[in-house]
Write a protein that binds this ligand. Structure first.
Ligand code: ADP
Ligand code: MG
Length: 252
């Protein structure tokens, strides 16, 4: 499939974000332009403070830019009010955080069920959705375990299943393997790869070159700006990408 023949699912143009800390102005993002197409698997890389989370929060409709435009499925969402953003977020986006954000008193099933409860979906239907999702992330045998009875990798997989509850077409993950050991990180990465093969558009922030290497494209940020876009599919670039990513890691 030639993805360029499709319309982008995400199209950002000259995006900027300025934070105000008391009277001090902090540039979160400056003049960022790129497109993401259906079925893409994008890694966002860059040193700490380079604007990765700022970008993810805007892409995930958790925040709005101070300048520029963001088109999500061709609809401009840059300047929507919070309640409109929340509707779009619930319909189109699954968000996975580094810190998992599961509710400790609820078991795996109940955590995944939560967005469906909010959406007013009846119980039978909720079970029809949650059980296959837990199976998809390999946790059918752990559905009655609470977070403190699960490993870090399992908790993150519950968080991914929860992010999928509303069947979003785009899954955003901000350093989803950042708190995990190598093996758990690999399990989580495998879940994202499977989701991508099943057609979801995946965007993940990572510091790990090996994780980025499994995506299709890398967007590299520095000082709030998009420094470089690299294709991982292109074998002539692959070695260079891995080397640069490793240098980037050392610079953090
Ligand atoms: P990264 O995720 O790449 O580490 P961030 O997007 O968190 O980077 O931060 C980019 C810049 O914006 C940094 O200088 C950071 O201090 C600043 N920043 C991020 N969030 C806020 C905030 N809520 N208020 C003020 N400054 C912020
Ligand atoms: Mg961050």
């Amino acid at each position: 499939m030639n993805e360029k023949t499709n319309s982008p699912v995400i199209d950002v143009r000259k995006l900027g974000k300025i934070y105000f800390l008391e009277s001090i102005q902090v540039n979160g993002l400056t003049n960022v332009t790129f497109q993401i197409y259906p079925g893409d698997f994008i890694s966002i890389m860059g040193p700490s403070g380079s604007g990765k989370s700022t970008l993810m929060n805007i892409l995930g409709c958790l925040d709005t830019p101070t300048s520029g435009q963001y088109f999500l499925d061709q609809e401009e969402v840059s300047h929507l009010e919070e309640n409109q953003l929340a509707m779009i977020r619930n319909r189109k986006i699954g968000f996975v955080f580094q810190s998992f954000n599961l509710l400790p008193k609820l078991n795996a099933f109940q955590n995944v069920e939560l967005p469906l409860l909010y959406a007013g979906i009846p119980k039978t239907k909720r079970c029809e959705i949650v059980n296959p999702l837990l199976e998809k992330v390999g946790l059918s045998q752990r559905k009655f375990h609470r977070p403190n009875q699960l490993s870090g990798g399992q908790i993150q997989r519950v968080a991914i299943a929860r992010a999928l509850a509303n069947n979003p077409s785009i899954v955003l993950a901000d350093e989803p393997t950042g708190n995990l050991d190598t093996r758990s990180g690999e399990e989580v990465l495998e879940v994202f790869q499977n989701l991508n093969e099943q057609g979801k558009t995946i965007i993940l922030v990572t510091h790990e070159p090996d994780v980025a290497f499994h995506s299709k494209r890398i967007l590299r940020f520095c000082d709030g700006q998009l420094e470089k876009e690299e294709s991982v599919d292109d074998p002539t670039q692959a070695e260079e990408v891995l080397q640069m990513a490793k240098e980037n890691l050392e610079a953090i």
